[in-house]
Design a protein around this ligand. Structure first.
Ligand SMILES: [Zn+2]
Length: 74
């Protein structure tokens, strides 16, 4: 697992993967030799990887929270 300062270059935007899987799952995996984050489970199949441009894990968690909040408002 990378430290909090590691940059994540991909996040999964598959609509089915935006909630936690409920188990103690891994959220990070390697895609194209860079860190990739799936909010659901990195070991699931059918990820839709979207480039983040490189954000650290703390920032990515903020982005995910904001994304969910925006979805609830609409
Ligand atoms: Zn995924």
């Amino acid at each position: 697992m990378p430290g909090e300062g590691a940059l994540i270059y991909y996040r999964c935007t598959n609509p089915k993967h935006q909630g936690p899987s409920g188990s103690a799952s891994d959220n990070l995996t390697i895609h194209e030799r860079r860190w990739a984050f799936c909010p659901h489970d990195s070991r699931a199949t059918g990820h839709t990887w979207t480039e983040t441009g490189g954000v650290d894990l703390a920032r990515l968690r903020v982005l995910l929270r904001e994304g969910r909040a925006a979805k609830q408002r609409s």
